[in-house]
Design a protein around this ligand. Structure first.
Ligand code: AMP
Length: 444
């Protein structure tokens, strides 16, 4: 199958060729003809599947072939994204796909001055990429009208709900023209997403593609059990031992990001961090410097790193496991892209066993454990397996103290926790509970 057989016009085919896209990915093969035919779409696909081109390319074709010229302070297509970084990234892709078309594109998001955005919108733009809050601000200040809107895309809809944007989405919904095409992309489909889809979509076509990295197994994943307080030390040890050159590291909280960055910088390691408390310009600069290898270690929260496309990333480290198991898939999806192999290492302490169990259940695999010599935890991380069970080992009877020869046991070998049986009390995996239509937005 080629992009030509999907019915794409020549300027788009040429742009994709320039970008080195030879064949459509599965989500593109399904979505492009459906969008060109004017269908609404409900697509289960995450970053790394080629989802951006799946909605952007046919959308650009429709805008080129159909509809009037864009009016002042208007947009003909709107792509909503949960974070500023994703908005920037999606916009960069859209601009590349549109390079041979007579269309204008622009991205708006909070955290930067609104005035230049208002100026830019005066002439109208064909494709506007936006985060929900800033879009509403622009609309309320009459800088943007949506009566010319042909197509709405909700990108990473699950994450928008997770971030507490349900109220904003409900507001935006009221601002939209009734007659429009709507495309919803989400990594997961909870009841809340289905409710949202029920409100916003009209007879949608459902598309599902499997999470690439889990299915394709291009990422070597392993776990190092360690005591919580020794994680920074272990990280530095593994970094030096493995001569890591470019690593994306995930920490659970903003404070966790700052603390690790401080620690690494204190050791003279070239590290930087991104999280929601940092100004947009600082975040973008850190990301750009990481991409150009000026920064060796980038520490991020899930929100800040969601959707980031960094080519050829060899290694992802989970300094903390994510609270939401699906985020593990997003995290490791930053490596092993475009046919490359990658590695994902998780530093796991005893507190995190329920998260580990939920991840193993979701990804249907028991993660290999590697005990790092001299870092064996005092607080044992109970064994887990892909059935979601935490396996408690029966206590061994105490041995009498051996005399002499008291060297360390060699624990520096690979230990596969899957070998352990029988399974004992199961603990509930951590579930993700996004909220739609309730309460005010959580602070990002
Ligand atoms: P996305 O899932 O949209 O974030 O895309 C992930 C990566 O795959 C991006 O770097 C895209 O440029 C790339 N990509 C998307 N579609 C294709 C394709 N058909 N062939 C090769 N690379 C692609």
């Amino acid at each position: 199958m080629t992009f030509a057989t999907l019915g794409l016009i020549e300027p788009l085919q040429r742009a994709l060729e320039t970008l080195g896209y030879q064949t459509p990915t599965p989500v593109q093969a399904q979505a492009i003809p459906a969008v060109l035919a004017g269908r609404d779409l409900m697509a289960a696909a995450q970053t790394g599947t080629g989802k951006t081109a799946a909605f952007a390319v046919p959308l650009l074709q429709l805008l080129t072939m159909e509809g009037p010229k864009v009016a002042a302070n208007s947009a003909r297509a709107l792509i909503l994204c949960p974070t500023r970084e994703l908005a920037e990234q999606v916009h960069a892709s859209v601009a590349e796909y549109a390079q041979n078309l007579p269309l204008t594109t622009y991205a708006v998001y909070g955290g930067v001055s609104i005035n230049p955005q208002m100026m830019k919108l005066r002439k109208g733009v064909d494709v506007l990429v936006a985060t929900p809050g800033r879009l509403i601000d622009l609309f309320r200040q009459n800088a943007l009208k949506l009566n010319q809107l042909q197509t709405l895309v909700l990108d990473e809809a699950d994450r928008m709900l997770d971030l507490g944007f349900s109220e904003e989405l409900a507001n935006i919904y009221r601002m939209l023209p009734k007659k429009r095409q709507t495309l919803l992309f989400s990594a997961t489909f909870s009841d809340e997403i289905r409710t949202l889809a029920g409100q916003m979509l009209n007879d949608p076509l459902s598309i599902e593609v499997s999470p690439r990295n889990v299915a394709a197994n291009t990422v070597k994943q392993w776990v190092v059990p360690v005591d919580k307080k020794r994680k920074p030390e272990l990280f530095v040890h593994l970094m030096r031992k493995g001569r890591w050159k470019q690593v994306l590291v995930f920490a659970k909280t903003r404070n966790g990001v700052d603390a690790l960055v401080d620690k690494l910088q204190g050791l003279g390691i070239n590290a930087d961090g991104i999280h929601g408390d940092k100004p947009q310009a600082t975040r973008q600069r850190a990301l750009d410097r990481f991409k150009s290898s000026d920064v060796q270690i980038l520490v991020a929260t899930d929100v800040a790193a969601r959707g980031l496309d960094i080519e050829d990333l060899p290694l992802v480290v989970n300094f903390d496991l994510p609270i939401v198991a699906e985020d593990y898939i997003h995290r490791i999806g930053r490596t092993g892209r475009a046919g490359n192999t990658g590695e994902a290492i998780s530093l796991v302490c005893a507190d995190e066993v329920s998260m580990l169990s939920a991840i193993e259940m979701l990804t249907r695999q028991t993660l290999t454990r590697h005990m790092e010599q001299d870092f064996e935890p005092e607080h044992r991380v109970p064994d887990t397996d892909a059935s979601g069970q935490v396996v408690k080992k029966p206590k061994k009877p105490k041995k009498p103290k051996a005399s002499g020869g008291g060297g360390k046991r060699n624990l520096g070998k690979w230990v596969d926790s899957g070998e352990v049986a029988p399974a004992e009390p199961s603990i509930k995996p951590v579930r993700k509970v996004p909220v739609f239509n309730t309460g005010p937005r959580k602070k990002k």
